[in-house]
Design a protein around this ligand. Structure first.
Ligand SMILES: [Zn+2]
Length: 357
């Protein structure tokens, strides 16, 4: 892994200012040194301080992406890193954020994707290095070019010190379960990389989801995740890559809420099923990971019952203000042991994304 000084030097010479603006990244990195001085909520379980890890936190790298059609973040959202983000983390009791960048590059050709991802991952690694005690980054990958994505994942983890990767729940309308993506899954499994799956709605349903209530997001996002996970199970991807470490946003969408129906489809309509899975469909949920962003104690209790406490990790969706009480949400779930709470608050994520204690 490059140290920070070498990193800045390499980044500055490599990019020529075409996409990334190194001074911006450097300025943000410098600004974070003074952040986090406000009172910091200490999360304690059973008398012991717990290191909390938020696996669902968004960011952008300043100067990267905007020239490639990426929509600018809405006003007042702290998509960049900086003192205000650290202040909010401190107030909410979040010690570490695992940062991901929502993809906007799946339509890019190979050369453009290579260039963008390189700058973006280098910028993200540089920002995280400035406050390594509070931020770890997930590599971005151009999954539309699966072999290149495998390379980007390996470079991101081995050379840049990133801690896994994030991907959309579909790639230009193509399922993550498409065999075309197997080279990427093979590399992820080989590296033991945690892969965060974040949905981007279901554009095919736009007409039905328009109108009041932001249903394209409220329904579309969890549905996107539900379809992605179901296809990964039913098309045999998880059989081909049983050690894959996939973490789904928003509690896995609707799948864990109604998982048992998946066990009964092929029993009820065997003529509609063309492959035999190695396990019952619901068994695969015990090898997937999920964030805790399901809002109520009852929903989180159910998610734990379906997947197991070892599979659930704190998630806030920061800076989108879906919740500011992610820690209390986990503390309030009935029936969890202290060890379960510690695991969900941070232990599981530290293990999955290899975050030093
Ligand atoms: Zn999100």
């Amino acid at each position: 892994m490059l140290n920070r000084r070498a990193f800045v030097r390499e980044t500055a010479t490599a990019i020529g200012g075409a996409i990334v603006a190194p001074p911006l990244v450097a300025a943000v990195a410098a600004g974070m040194q003074s952040g986090g001085a406000a009172p910091r909520r200490q999360v304690v379980v059973g008398g012991r301080r717990v290191k909390t890890v938020d696996v669902h936190a968004h960011c952008v790298v300043p100067g990267v992406g905007g020239t490639r059609g990426q929509a600018p973040p809405a006003n007042n959202l702290q998509m960049t890193l900086g003192p205000e983000r650290l202040r909010q983390m401190d107030a909410q009791g979040i010690d570490v954020e695992v940062l991901s960048i929502n993809p906007s590059w799946y339509a890019l050709d190979r050369d453009a994707a290579r260039e963008l991802i390189q700058k973006q991952n280098e910028g993200l690694a540089e920002l995280c290095a400035a406050r390594a005690d509070r931020f770890v980054g997930l590599a971005t990958v151009s999954l539309q070019h699966p072999d290149l994505a495998a390379e980007q994942l390996e470079t991101g983890m081995k050379r840049l010190g990133l801690h896994g990767a994030s991907v959309g729940a579909s790639i230009n309308g193509e399922e993550l379960a498409s065999a075309r993506f197997d080279p990427f899954w093979a590399k992820a499994q080989e590296l033991g990389a945690g892969i965060f799956i974040h949905p981007q709605g279901v554009p095919e349903l736009q007409a039905r989801l328009r109108g009041n209530g932001l249903l394209t997001n409220v329904i579309g996002n969890p549905l996107d995740t539900t379809i992605a996970l179901s296809r990964l199970i039913f098309e045999g991807t998880l059989d081909r890559f049983p050690e894959l470490k996939l973490c789904a946003a928003h509690g896995g969408g609707y799948l864990p809420s109604y998982a048992d129906r998946s066990d009964h489809g092929c029993l009820t309509f065997p003529d509609q099923c063309n492959r035999t899975l190695k396990k019952r469909p619901t068994e695969y949920l015990k090898q997937l990971y999920f964030d805790s962003l399901v809002f109520t104690s009852e929903a989180l209790r159910h998610l734990v019952a379906v997947a197991g406490a070892s599979q659930i990790m704190l998630g806030t969706d920061y800076p989108f203000p879906w919740t500011t009480t992610a820690v209390d949400h986990i503390m309030g779930v009935p029936g969890l042991s202290e060890a379960d709470r510690v695991a969900i608050l941070g232990g599981n994520a530290a293990k999955l994304f290899r975050i030093p204690s």
